[in-house]
Design a protein around this ligand. Structure first.
Ligand SMILES: *[C@@H]1O[C@H](CO)[C@@H](O)[C@H](O)[C@H]1NC(C)=O
Ligand SMILES: *[C@@H]1O[C@H](CO)[C@@H](O)[C@H](O)[C@H]1NC(C)=O
Ligand SMILES: *[C@@H]1O[C@H](CO)[C@@H](O)[C@H](O)[C@H]1NC(C)=O
Length: 162
């Protein structure tokens, strides 16, 4: 009886968590979704990341259309799941108890005329490291935002991540 109740409790919690994860990005634009996908791939490609992570919070979601291209700025929080990182796209991964939390900050400038990314910045760090990076993130992101379409295409910006 007790075990069944606990199982139900766990299932309910998992359902709530996964449906919340959905609604966080439900109103995202196509460019914001593209950015999201690149954040998640970039993050899970890191050697020191062993588990799958999922979005637990959207801190910032901006999109501005410039003549030079569409600018997207996302800041999200990721929580560690019990799944291996090769399964990060699975929706039924439970959160790891006392798991790690990361903060990812991304800025992209998308061309209107092609699939080309004019400029980008991807920065994922443990939550406690965010404070020290706010200024550098803002500066590098402004460079991405102001990037014009016709000079040096495809330039990359990466903050050194730990
Ligand atoms: C972006 O992704 C969310 C969640 O997967 C989806 O609900 C939404 O329709 C997508 N937006 C667009 C414009 O495709
Ligand atoms: C989605 O909704 C959130 C809050 O409900 C808002 O801050 C954000 O700007 C919205 N994004 C879009 C693309 O409309
Ligand atoms: C950077 O900081 C300025 C001034 O506080 C703010 O207006 C701007 O939106 C910030 N840019 C980003 C990408 O956070």
């Amino acid at each position: 009886m007790k075990a069944a109740a606990i199982t139900w409790w766990i299932i309910s919690v998992l359902v709530i968590v996964s449906s919340e994860g959905q609604s966080l990005t439900n109103n995202f634009s196509e460019n914001q979704n593209k950015t999201m996908k690149m954040i998640m791939e970039h993050f899970h490609n890191k050697d020191h990341i062993r588990n799958g992570f999922k979005v637990s919070n959207v801190i910032k979601a901006v999109e501005i259309d410039y003549i030079s291209g569409a600018f997207v700025n996302l800041e999200i929080e990721l929580k560690q799941t019990t799944c291996h990182k090769s399964h990060w796209t699975k929706t039924d991964c439970g959160l790891l108890k006392n798991g790690r939390t990361f903060n990812c900050f991304a800025c992209f400038k998308f061309s209107y005329h092609s699939e080309k990314i004019l400029s980008q910045l991807l920065d994922c760090v443990a939550t406690h490291q965010v404070e020290a990076r706010v200024q550098r993130r803002n500066q590098s992101c402004t460079d991405v935002e102001m990037k014009q379409g016709f000079d040096k295409p495809g330039s990359y910006g990466f903050l050194k991540s730990n």
